[in-house]
Design a protein. Structure first.
Ligand code: MN
Length: 228
């Protein structure tokens, strides 16, 4: 059935009127300048069975998305409007703006988290493998140290493999903690908030972290994050 002319005119008139409203224009401008969650770089079930499609769906679609939603409420009209996530993290830390720090940190952390699994698993190689051997004794030792650190993060947080002062280190950081804010270069980051593993591993955080390190991380990507 063809759309009748009256309906078409009504819809067009409403659209035209909406576009003239200052409120609508402001919303469009802030959306254009806002923080945007990048797409998940693979299908929702790509990390299964280590991380189920259900966990990825909730983690990416609800938890990760919520940090962008919060940032886009907090930033407009402040010096955080239009900056990169990295700039927001360092500036929020310097200014003591905890709400921006938490949401920008979590927004950035999860982008990095999803990206490190793309194309994985792949074994460490080249200069990165040499650095791992030099600083931890070997790949298994490095992974064991990350699992041990994951057990020490009380409550919510992250375990990071970082490069700092010319060597590789493991950092356990609380909540939205981020290596950039600590002056270190992030190479790999494992989310140890319960939302990352509880549906699949219940309270067994170390088992989850070990499985992720062994069967999901693209260690070639991790090596590429190292400075030349
Ligand atoms: Mn998370």
């Amino acid at each position: 059935m063809p759309i009748d002319r009256r309906t078409l005119l009504t819809v067009s008139a409403a659209a035209a009127a909406a576009s003239l409203l200052p409120k609508s224009a402001t919303a469009q401008e802030s959306a254009a300048a806002g923080f945007t969650q990048p797409p998940l770089p693979y299908a929702q079930d790509a990390l299964a069975p280590t991380i189920s499609a259900k966990t990825v769906g909730l983690h990416y679609g609800k938890h990760h998305a919520s940090y962008f939603t919060a940032l886009n409420k907090l930033a407009p009209g402040t010096p955080f409007e239009g900056v990169s996530l990295e700039e927001a993290i360092t500036k929020a830390k310097a200014d003591g703006n905890q709400a921006i720090f938490d949401n920008a940190g979590q927004a950035w952390n999860h982008v990095f988290y999803w990206n490190q699994f793309e194309g994985g698993p792949a074994a460490p190689e080249g200069a990165f493998l040499e650095a791992v051997t030099r600083d931890f004794g070997g790949v298994d030792e490095m992974k064991a140290a990350m699992v041990a650190e994951a057990g020490k993060v009380f409550g919510t947080g992250w375990v990071w493999l970082v490069e700092g002062d010319g060597k590789l280190e493991i950092l356990g950081l609380q909540d939205a903690g981020n290596p950039i804010a600590e002056g270190k270069k992030p190479l790999a980051g494992i989310d140890v908030w319960e939302h990352a593993y509880y549906l699949d591993y219940e309270n067994r955080r170390p088992d989850h972290v070990k499985a992720v390190l062994d069967s999901l991380v693209n260690w070639r990507f991790v090596g590429e994050q190292m400075s030349a």
